[in-house]
Design a protein around this ligand. Sequence first.
Ligand SMILES: Cc1cc2nc3c(=O)[nH]c(=O)nc-3n(C[C@H](O)[C@H](O)[C@H](O)COP(=O)(O)OP(=O)(O)OC[C@H]3O[C@@H](n4cnc5c(N)ncnc54)[C@H](O)[C@@H]3O)c2cc1C
Length: 484
Amino acid sequence: MKIAIIGSGIAGLAASIRLRHKGYEVNVFEANSYAGGKLHAFNLGEYRFDGGPSLFTMPHYVNELFELTGKQPSDYFNFEQVNDACTYFWEDRTILSAKSDPESFAKEAERVLRFPKNELLEYFDHVKTIYDHSASIFLEKSLHKIDTWLSKETLIALLKIRQYDLMKSMHRANMIRLGEPHLVQLFDRFATYNGSHPHKAPGILNVIPWLEHGFGTYFPKGGMEQIPQSLFRLAQELGVTFHFDSRVDEIILKNKRATGIRVNGVIHNVDKVVSNMDVFYTYRKLMPKAKAPEKILNQDRSSSALVFYWGIKKEFKQLGLHNILFSERYKEEFDTLFEKGDIIDDPTIYINVSSKLDKNDAPAGCENWFVMINAPHHTNQDWDEVSARVKKAVIKKLNRMLNTDIEPLIEQEKIWTPQGIERDTLSHQGALYGNASNSQFAAFLRHPNFSSSIHNLFFCGGSVHPGGGIPLALLSGKITSEMI
Ligand SMILES: Cc1cc2nc3c(=O)[nH]c(=O)nc-3n(C[C@H](O)[C@H](O)[C@H](O)COP(=O)(O)OP(=O)(O)OC[C@H]3O[C@@H](n4cnc5c(N)ncnc54)[C@H](O)[C@@H]3O)c2cc1C
């Protein structure tokens, strides 16, 4: 059986490995000249940067691809566990170093915030329970197949549904369960892990911190780029064929069946097509005449990002690998993103400094800063104007909160805007995670991993079930290939 995969994002790579392992002939067609999609890297002078993701969780989903094919994961890919999940800074001068494991995190929160340790541990128990009951249904299986709903574990999970805070927002659930303002803001921010608004995303998504604090956070040796690069190497060794600089222009449809793809005017006939391209553009650009699932395609998109990659000629001892400097106007920040399509003048700042753990990423005495601001998805904003305005606000906030004068220390700079993200990864409106999860029904309004109206057409990647982020994209590659 011949299979064409459109796109070599992390989900496309995972699907290619699984399908090749089953013995199929797999060809991957990629518009860019490299594999990995949003997971790419580049150098600015002597500084190395990962362009997209900086946080790595659930490494077992990567390892299982090597194990499945009888390889030793460490021959391809290595990582270390990180004890400090994130350092949080607030304007009232509170600084909390959140440890990865719940016990140490709760101890530190009690010391810094005077929040009873046991109450935070109870909160972690609660989110763990949600994870244990819901992950196998909502993340590991197709929600669109009857078998998923007829299993015993689904029945047990459904009986417990009242505990999942499905009818409350993440914020409301955190107010009730935690109440302490710093902690509420800290846990609300996990809504950004799928590009949503914490006051709208359902409370069941408070499960997200469990991925970080239950399973831990990790740092890949050689940077995040090693995740796709190691999988690319494995796929090639297994016999997957990659075609770079090969943008697919059409999915060939005959009698409601996908029979091939057209690339640079050449038609490649295949038995099955898997699209790792954003599902919106798969319909709109590759098969514009096919009947599209409009309700799904017209859902609100997730937020995007405005990223400043800065080579900083100084070391900042107070920063760790992951750092968040919170805005005091958190709800307004999200209202502005989702309702006005803009960024407030005091946005929350995320800084990732990989040179803290890998000294090769920056010259001696310097640091590579990946400075990310939550941004609206691209709807024709003037990104030159927005970037200049936000850069000023970021510098002002950094100077105030880190007690520094940052501008003269920036010796390298590159900026990635939502428009650039759309251009470089062909993600509709530059959304990082496909559709936003700003309603209770969001999980059901993601596109399934198959087409119900076109035979032999399948989907994987952050814009379809189960959602965005590296672990879920890897799971989508698994669900899709198991379905095939
Ligand atoms: C700035 C940023 C920060 C992020 N931070 C994190 C993080 O810390 N942790 C985390 O887990 N996730 C993070 N994410 C999200 C994560 O990167 C994505 O969810 C994940 O990488 C999506 O993978 P994917 O398989 O859907 O494909 P994508 O990475 O979207 O790749 C799709 C590929 O398809 C190709 N393609 C599209 N159309 C065509 C066509 N017509 N023909 C051929 N090829 C085509 C594209 O060129 C691209 O290579 C971040 C994303 C960004 C942008």
